[in-house]
Design a protein around this ligand. Structure first.
Ligand SMILES: [Cu+2]
Length: 162
């Protein structure tokens, strides 16, 4: 009896971990894959959000804005080279997602910028953010928190090996 109970507990742990690392959301024709962020060091005021957006439909959509209760302000950013220097800039009109396109938000590329953080982003939590699309509407996602400075999320690394 004792043994079967611990087996159940172990499988619950495994299922819980799988759900936390490989999660996705569907909204209309869009699939939002594995949203994640990084833990922030004490005193940090900004954090980045990363995910993939795939449009399986036949018409374009557009990510208009993002928001999160833990940030005073949230913007959609792209990286751009200005005078030989890599900088980031807000996409004021949002980001088009063409039919059939899959856009990856990742460190060094498109990212969601959480600014004026009201509290540090901590591992072990799944902070929530809301994405607003022109057609698919609002989608609330939970972000997996990777360690400070992580370049990718463990789940994505794993997928790339296949
Ligand atoms: Cu930025």
């Amino acid at each position: 009896m004792k043994r079967s109970l611990s087996l159940i507990a172990a499988s619950a742990l495994i299922w819980g971990a799988a759900a936390a690392t490989a999660h996705e959301y569907k909204a209309g024709a869009l699939t939002i894959g594995h949203p994640w962020t990084r833990a922030t060091p004490a005193g940090a005021k900004v954090g980045g959000g990363y995910l993939s957006i795939e449009n399986k439909g036949t018409t374009p959509d557009r990510l208009i804005s993002a928001s999160a209760s833990f940030a005073g302000k949230t913007e959609i950013h792209e990286m751009a080279v200005t005078n030989g220097v890599m900088t980031m800039r807000p996409l004021d009109k949002g980001l088009d997602i063409a039919p059939g396109a899959k856009i990856e938000f990742k460190p060094g590329g498109y990212h969601i910028m959480f600014m004026d953080l009201k509290q540090p982003i901590e591992q072990g939590r799944m902070p929530k953010a809301t994405l607003t699309f022109e057609k698919a509407g609002q989608v609330e996602v939970e972000l997996k928190v990777e360690p400070v400075g992580a370049r990718s999320s463990g789940d994505q690394e794993h997928q790339h090996k296949h």
